[in-house]
Design a protein around this ligand. Structure first.
Ligand code: GCU
Length: 424
C-alpha cells in the first residue's frame, strides 16, 4: 500500500515536472486557437502562377526560396543499406516480421549510420507503407522488442524506460513514442521508422558539426533538412523492397518531424502522401503570424534546425519573399493531411489553415479538390485534408483514427471513405 502511494506520488510529481517543462515550449496549452480566419491576413505573398500550376521551373524556384530559410538539400549525398536483419520472426503473434537495417548517409569518415526498423505484414507484396520519424529511441518505439538500442545491444526494459514511457504518454499522448503497428497492419499498411536523432542529433551543440562532416556537396543546411533527407533516404531503401509499393509511401511526422516530412515531400516527388501533425512554425504555420512560437523563438531555442541565414528572416518575416504556403503548394496535387489541436496555440492552427487555404489553389489547378471545408470539419478523402481536434500538442487515439482514415482513403485500393465531420 505504502509503495503504491509512493509510486503514484512519484508519478504525479514527474508528470508535473514534465508538464512544467512542456509549458515553456507549448505555452501550457491553456489557450484556445482562434477559429476565425476571415478577419486575419491572407497568406502573403500570393503564390506564383507557375507554382500553382505545378510548373517544374516554378517549383525549382520555390525550393530555392525555401532553401534560404532551411539551408541546402544535400542533393546526391550517398545512402547505403545493410541487408535486413530479422529481429522478430513472429511479430504480433505471427502477423508479420520485425526487421532492422543499418542506413549510412554521407561519405568518408563523417558518414553517419542509424537503424531503420520495419514491420512487414506476413506475405506482403507491394504493400503501402507508413514511414515515420520518431522522438523516442527505437527501443521506445518498439517496446519489449530486441531491436538495437543506442548503445548497440538489443533493447532492454532500461532502454525503453517503462516508467518514463508511461509519464511521457500521459502528457504527450498514447502514441507519442510507441508505434501502433497493429493498427497499421489492420489497415493493410507496413510500417517503418527511425529515431531522427540517431542520424543528426537534435542538439544545438553537436548537430552542426555532424552535418558539416557528412562529406556532401552540399551538406544539409540545418537539422530539419537533414532529417528530411533521411526520410527520403529511407524511402529509397524501402521502395526497392518487393514487399513495399514504392508508389504508396506516406510520411508521418509529428511536430518537428512534421516540418521535416513537408520538406522531404517538397524535394522528393516519390513521396506519395504526407501526414504533418502539428507541424507549426517552419511547417504549415505562416512565418508572418505573430501568434504562437514564431521563427525568432525557434531560432533561439533550436539554432540548429534552420539554415544559417534564418535569423535574418526571423527578424523581419514581413519582408520574406515567400511564406509557408509555398512549402505546402510543393506537395500538390499529392494527398496532404494537416493535423492540429485547438489548444496547441504554440503551433498556430489558425495561420496553418490560412496557409492551407492559399496553397489549395495549387491542388485545384492540378486537378484535385482543394480545401473545401470549414476549419472545424474533417474530410479524410480530401486531397488536402485539414484536421482540428480538441486538446493539445500530442498524438492521441483520435489522431490515429484520423491518420488511418486519411491513409485508407488515399493509399489503399479500397477507395475513399465517406465524409466525416468533427467539431472541436
Ligand atoms: C517545440 C518547438 C516546435 C516543435 C515542437 C515539437 O515546441 O518549439 O517548433 O514543433 O517542439 O517538435 O514537439
Amino acid at each position: 500500500m505504502v509503495l503504491k502511494v509512493l509510486r503514484w506520488t512519484g508519478l504525479t510529481l514527474l508528470a508535473l515536472v514534465m508538464l512544467f517543462m512542456a509549458s515553456s515550449c507549448t505555452m501550457l496549452g491553456l489557450n484556445y486557437s482562434s477559429l476565425e480566419t476571415g478577419n486575419k491576413p491572407e497568406a502573403l505573398p500570393p503564390l506564383p502562377a507557375g507554382l500553382v500550376a505545378g510548373d517544374e521551373t516554378a517549383r525549382e524556384e520555390a525550393r530555392a526560396l525555401l532553401a534560404a530559410l532551411y539551408g541546402d538539400w544535400p542533393e546526391g549525398l550517398p545512402v547505403a543499406k545493410s541487408p535486413w536483419r530479422v529481429v522478430v520472426e513472429d511479430y504480433l503473434g505471427g502477423r508479420g516480421t520485425l526487421e532492422e537495417a543499418d542506413i549510412t548517409i554521407g561519405r568518408g569518415e563523417g558518414a553517419r549510420t542509424f537503424q531503420l526498423v520495419a514491420a512487414f505484414p506476413k506475405g506482403a507484396r507491394g504493400a503501402p507503407l507508413v514511414l515515420s520519424q520518431t522522438f523516442g529511441s527505437n527501443c521506445a518505439t518498439f517496446p519489449e522488442q530486441p531491436v538495437t538500442s543506442e548503445d548497440g545491444d538489443a533493447c532492454t526494459v532500461r532502454d525503453f524506460g517503462k516508467f518514463a514511457s508511461m509519464v511521457i504518454s500521459a502528457v504527450f499522448g498514447e502514441y507519442i513514442a510507441e508505434a501502433p503497428v497493429e493498427l497499421y497492419f489492420d489497415a493493410g499498411f507496413a510500417y517503418a521508422s527511425f529515431h531522427a536523432s540517431d542520424f543528426i542529433p537534435d542538439d544545438a551543440k553537436t548537430a552542426r558539426p555532424a552535418m558539416e562532416a557528412l562529406g556532401g556537396a552540399p551538406n544539409p543546411g540545418g537539422a530539419l533538412m537533414a532529417w528530411a533527407y533521411a526520410y527520403s533516404a529511407a524511402l529509397g531503401v524501402l521502395a526497392d523492397d518487393p514487399r513495399i509499393d514504392g508508389e504508396r509511401v506516406a510520411l508521418l511526422g509529428h511536430s518537428r518531424f512534421g516540418k521535416a516530412a513537408l520538406l522531404a515531400a517538397a524535394w522528393d516527388a516519390r513521396i506519395a502522401a504526407v501526414i504533418a501533425h502539428q507541424s507549426g512554425f517552419g511547417g504549415a504555420a505562416l512565418s508572418r503570424s505573430t501568434v504562437g512560437e514564431r521563427l525568432d523563438r525557434m531560432i533561439r531555442r533550436y539554432p540548429h534546425w534552420l539554415g544559417l541565414q534564418a535569423a535574418a528572416f526571423a527578424e523581419y518575416p514581413e519582408a520574406m519573399d515567400f511564406d509557408q504556403h509555398f512549402l505546402l503548394a510543393l506537395m500538390a496535387p499529392r494527398p496532404l493531411f494537416l493535423g492540429n489541436a485547438r489548444r496547441d496555440v504554440w503551433s498556430d492552427p489558425n495561420s496553418s489553415f490560412r496557409a492551407a487555404e492559399a496553397a489549395s489553389a495549387a491542388w485545384r489547378a492540378q486537378g484535385a479538390a482543394g480545401l473545401a471545408l470549414d476549419i472545424r470539419e474533417f474530410d479524410p478523402s480530401a486531397k488536402m485534408a485539414w484536421f482540428l481536434r480538441p486538446g493539445g500538442h500530442s498524438v492521441t487515439d483520435d489522431d490515429l483514427e484520423a491518420f488511418l482514415a486519411f491513409l485508407t482513403a488515399h493509399l489503399t485500393r479500397g477507395g475513399a471513405l465517406p465524409r466525416a465531420a468533427m467539431a472541436p
